[in-house]
Design a protein around this ligand. Structure first.
Ligand code: SF4
Length: 347
């Protein structure tokens, strides 16, 4: 019989029957300059508006202490410190106010060092992610999924012996089937929350394809509590992909569903460029609306009938529809603001 655990990460809780959260990882070093920190805080707010629930930072140096403390204090979403090798960095990140630390106990070294991190996390109500990547585990008799799952179970038993239950596990591999099997195996034996991801998955197309294949099947089985779509690209796209996956699976409600035609030779306006110019702003709105962006009159008016807001190129003009009704004609340069205004006014 599996015993399910809930983990607390700042003001968020994850576990069985709780919402699946989207995570990304900041792609640069933590800035030390005050103006850059303010800009980063603004970016975290924008990520949050797009649906990002948790943000991870690499925490490679004690020199980041002051900046990371400031970020932990002001961030609207929980922050995670990613630690490798040096347990004093984990202790320091906890002292900064990190809401979770991610460690691989296997690369911290002596057992007493990991014990100190676990005790500090326990005292400060900080979660620990036991992050195991296939590349960091020794090859043995067992298959890689078994090795990953069994190593995680062993670490969890060790942490429990210290009275610590606020754990999250991640079992990542660049091979999608290894990731899938390792997580499925683990979930069949343990009720600890899982953070899902396919690591080193490549650029947008390969990452989204591989991640959706592995994570989608796990999530459909009810496995996974947080996720990251790791992309060699910008972190906003990671969040967008994560949120889209959850919405597609019906695991996240609300937000704008964009319908856009693929564009062909018949297009009478650049629907592709238009979508790029407005997409991130639309994805930051949490109203449950369908917005259609269509290139011409072949499918435009038809799609507009089923959308809350739609824009279609017809001849030399752009037509704006609301609730399936033609509202007005706008110039191309006015179209962006017209759509955003309609979104703002929509109930
Ligand atoms: S709506 Fe028009 S431009 Fe867009 S794909 Fe269909 S036919 Fe082509």
């Amino acid at each position: 019989m599996i015993e399910y655990h809930t983990s607390t990460i700042g003001d968020r809780k994850i576990g069985k029957d709780l919402p699946v959260l989207v995570q990304t990882m900041y792609d640069s070093a933590i800035p030390h300059d005050k103006a850059e920190l303010q800009e980063l805080l603004r970016r975290i707010g924008a990520l949050n508006a797009m649906g990002c629930d948790i943000l991870r930072f690499s925490y490679p140096s004690l020199e980041d202490h002051e900046s990371f403390s400031w970020l932990c204090k002001h961030s609207p979403i929980p922050l995670v410190a990613d630690i490798h090798f040096d347990y004093t960095l984990a202790l320091d990140a906890i002292a900064c106010g990190a809401h979770k630390v991610r460690i691989n106990p296997g690369n911290i070294g002596a057992r007493w060092k990991v014990d100190e991190v676990v005790r500090s996390a326990l005292d400060n109500n900080v979660a620990i992610r036991i992050g195991l990547n296939s590349g960091s585990l020794p090859k043995g008799e067992e298959s890689m999924p078994h090795l990953m799952s069994n190593s995680a179970l062993e670490y969890l038993g060790w942490f429990e012996s210290l009275g610590f239950y606020n754990s999250v596990v991640s079992l990542k591999a660049s091979a999608t089937e290894t990731t899938y099997e390792a997580n499925r195996l683990f979930a069949s034996q343990s009720g600890y929350p899982l953070h899902l991801g396919v690591t080193e998955a490549g650029s947008v197309v390969s990452s989204v394809t591989r991640s959706t294949w592995a994570l989608g099947r796990l999530l459909a089985l009810g496995i996974g509590n947080t996720l990251r779509i790791s992309i060699t690209g910008d972190i906003e796209t990671e969040v967008q992909a994560g949120v889209e996956l959850l919405r597609t699976l019906g695991l996240r409600k609300g937000g704008i569903r964009i319908v856009s035609c693929p564009r062909c030779g018949r297009h009478s306006f650049d629907s592709q460029g238009f979508l790029q110019s407005i997409e991130k702003e639309l994805l930051s709105v949490q109203k449950p609306l369908t917005v259609a962006i269509m290139g011409c009159q072949v499918n435009g008016p038809g799609e507009a009938k089923h959308a809350d807001i739609a824009i279609t190129g017809i001849g030399k003009d752009i037509f704006l529809y609301e609730k399936g009704e033609l509202v007005r004609k706008v110039k191309l340069e006015e179209a962006r603001e017209a759509v955003l205004e309609a979104v703002r006014n929509a109930e």
